[in-house]
Write a protein that binds this ligand. Structure first.
Ligand SMILES: [Zn+2]
Length: 296
C-alpha cells in the first residue's frame, strides 16, 4: 500500500500532465472500484479545466472549473500511467515500468494538452469521487482526518495539543489518523527512532500539565517532517506487500534505520545495541532499546 510520501510523489508527477488542461473525454470502464463511481461521473468531468492538483492525507484532489473536486485514492495497488508527447510514464518512480496489465486500466482521461491519464488498479481498493470544493473539509472523506504531517501545521505545539493527557502509547497516537493524517507504520518507526523516543511511552508525556510542548515534542515534529521529506525526495518508499504486487522497489527503503531491521546493529554511531521488534496494535514496531528509552 502506498504511504503518504508515495502519494505525494504521484501528485508531483501527475501535476504537469493534468493542471492547466481541459478534460475532453473520460472513459469509465466499470461501474465501481472499491466504491461505485459517483453519478454521471464522466459527464460532470467533461469540459472541465483542471485548475490545481493537491493532496490531503492520502487523497489526491483535482480542482475543477465547475467548483467540484475530483477525489482520487490509490487504495492498495492504484497507479496512474501518463501518455504525453509520445512517451508513457508512471508518476512515482517506485512503480515497475512493465507492471500493471492493461485489463486493469479502469479510467482514461484525455486532456486538451495532449496528455492521456490512465488509472490502473489491479486489486481495486482505490476509488474516485466528486464533491464541491466548498465544505470539502467537512465532507465524509475528510471531517475526521487529522493534521497534515508534511506541512506547516505539524509543530511541537500541535503535537502537545493533540497528545495532551493521552495515555495511549506514542506509537498508537501517531498511527491515529484522526490526530495526524497519513502516517504509516514505517514512518512512525523511523520518526520515533530519530527523535529518540520509546514507542510505548505515553503520548501525553510529550506535553506539560498545561498542554505546552516539552522539548521532545519539538524533536518529534522535526523527525516526522525530516523522514517524510527525505522519502518524498527519494521518490517514496515501498512496503514489501506493495512491492510484491507490482514487482517494483523504491529507494527510500534503503535508508530505513530501524524498520524491518530486527537484530541488526543500531545505526547510531557508537551505540552498539541491536534493533528490537515488539508488536503494538497487531503491527510490528522496530526500535533501539538503548537510544529510545522510556521517560527520557
Ligand atoms: Zn541505538
Amino acid at each position: 500500500m502506498p504511504e503518504l510520501p508515495e502519494v505525494e510523489t504521484v501528485r508531483r508527477g501527475l501535476e504537469p500532465a493534468m493542471v492547466g488542461g481541459r478534460i475532453l473525454a473520460v472513459e469509465q470502464r466499470r461501474p465501481d472500484l472499491r466504491f461505485p463511481f459517483p453519478e454521471r461521473f464522466a459527464e460532470r468531468l467533461h469540459g472541465q479545466d483542471v485548475t490545481g492538483l493537491g493532496r490531503r492525507a492520502k487523497y489526491l484532489l483535482a480542482d475543477l472549473s465547475s467548483g467540484e473536486v475530483l477525489i482520487m485514492h490509490l487504495g492498495m495497488t492504484g497507479r496512474f500511467l501518463v501518455n504525453q508527447n509520445g512517451a508513457t510514464f508512471t508518476p512515482g518512480e517506485f512503480h515497475a515500468e512493465a507492471g500493471g496489465e492493461r485489463t486493469h486500466d479502469h479510467v482514461v482521461f484525455r486532456l486538451s494538452n495532449g496528455a492521456t491519464v490512465i488509472y490502473n488498479d489491479a486489486r481495486r481498493f482505490g476509488f474516485m469521487d466528486l464533491a464541491p470544493r466548498a465544505g470539502l473539509a467537512e465532507s465524509r472523506h475528510f471531517r475526521n482526518v487529522g493534521i497534515e504531517p508534511l506541512g506547516n501545521e505539524l509543530s511541537g505545539e500541535a503535537i502537545a495539543r493533540l497528545f495532551h493527557k493521552r495515555m495511549a502509547p506514542l506509537k498508537a497516537a501517531l498511527m491515529d489518523q484522526r490526530l495526524i493524517a497519513g502516517l504509516g507504520n514505517i514512518y512512525v518507526c523511523e520518526a520515533l527512532f530519530r527523535a529518540r523516543l520509546h514507542p510505548e511511552a505515553p503520548a501525553g508525556s510529550l506535553a506539560t500539565f498545561r498542554g505546552r510542548p516539552r522539548e521532545k515534542a519539538h524533536r518529534l515534529a522535526r523527525a516526522i517532517r525530516d523522514v517524510l521529506t527525505e522519502a518524498v525526495e527519494a521518490g517514496g518508499s515501498t512496503l514489501r506487500d506493495y512491492a510484491r504486487t507490482d514487482g517494483s522497489l523504491g529507494y527510500f527503503q534503503h535508508a530505513f534505520r530501524v524498520y524491518d531491521r530486527e537484530g541488526e546493529r543500531c545505526a547510531t554511531p557508537g551505540c552498539g545495541a541491536s534493533v528490537k521488534r515488539l508488536v503494538q496494535g497487531g503491527r510490528s514496531t522496530f526500535f533501539c532499546p538503548k537510544c529510545q528509552i522510556k521517560g527520557r
